[in-house]
Design a protein around this ligand. Structure first.
Ligand code: ATR
Length: 273
């Protein structure tokens, strides 16, 4: 009998995770089923427990349930604690383990797929919500020269800096204060693009050889990436690679096998899936 996995979200209809995990399973000759499960907004925990009772072995969690998944987990990995959110659940021995593979997924895409050096570089992170918080520790672990968190609501950026206060490479900034500073890597972790908007970046924040990276993919990445192109960013990337890499990390957690992500990223790009 095949092992059962699922992704929980609301909405969930457009999730690429079933496609990605089916491709990983084919690569590894693994017998798994992976389904998209729509949980009611007030029924996430019940949905997960139902799935466990039906034999579920693990699950991914997407918007808007990552904080609820954090609370639901009996145990959490250190990186999930730092992110204060959980995107991967493992069900074993009657316990729920919560992990967060988003930050590892971003770093793998940046470093392995895009060949982006981070050590010694100036990095700008846009946004101070859940998406931003989950990638701060892994970005710092890659030893940038500086990591500046810019946010519209400066208090939220300052709160994140206080949380990681031991690290003096980290600082908060309002968007307007960025004028006159340029960065080698600019990561958009805001949700602005989902409504076709752009964070209010001043001109010239992109250094000559910079990479502009949007953590979302498809149309939602366009406002930021179009701005970055017009501002002279040398390279542009959306978050499709991060999506596949966070999935690969979850697959590894569940199955102990690391699937090859490159062919899956290529397949998704080719089919426009
Ligand atoms: P997520 O979990 O996706 O990070 P969130 O916690 O709601 O969601 O955070 C959304 C982030 O996008 C915040 O940093 C938000 O800025 P504020 O904290 O100032 O609200 C940012 N954001 C959303 N729309 C934006 C816009 N049009 N311009 C700039 N930042 C925006």
């Amino acid at each position: 009998m095949s092992e059962r996995y699922a992704v929980f979200g609301n909405p969930i209809g457009h999730s690429k995770s079933p496609l990605i995990h089916a491709a990983f399973a084919r690569q590894c000759g693994a017998e798994i089923s992976y389904e998209a499960r729509l949980a009611p907004l007030d029924g996430f925990a019940g949905g997960v427990r139902e799935f466990i009772a039906a034999g579920g072995r693990g699950a991914n969690v997407t918007l808007p349930f990552k904080e609820q998944a954090f609370r639901l987990a009996d145990q959490r990995t250190p990186r999930a604690e730092l992110a204060a959110a959980v995107n991967t659940l493992v069900f074993a021995d009657g316990q729920i383990l919560g992990d967060n593979t988003d930050g590892a997924g971003l770093l793998r895409d940046l470093v392995d797929n895009l060949g982006c050096a981070i050590a010694g570089r100036r990095v700008l992170l846009l946004g101070a919500g859940g998406a931003a918080r989950g990638v701060i520790a892994p970005l710092l672990a890659a030893r940038p020269h500086t990591l500046v968190i810019a946010n519209r609501t400066i208090d939220r950026a300052e709160a994140l800096v206080r949380q990681f206060a031991a690290d003096d490479r980290l600082r908060a900034s309002a968007y307007a204060q960025l004028a006159g500073t340029s960065f080698d890597l600019v990561v958009n972790a805001t949700s602005a693009g989902l409504s076709g908007a752009l964070p209010p970046l001043p001109e010239r924040v992109f250094a000559a050889e910079s990479l502009a990276y949007d953590m979302v993919y498809g149309a939602a990445a366009m406002p930021f990436l179009a701005f970055a192109r017009a501002q002279g960013a040398a390279r542009l990337a959306d978050g499709l690679g991060m999506l596949v890499e966070q999935a690969a990390e979850a697959f590894y957690l569940w199955r102990g096998v690391r699937p090859a992500s490159a062919p899956v990223i290529a397949m998704l790009r080719a089919t426009g899936a």
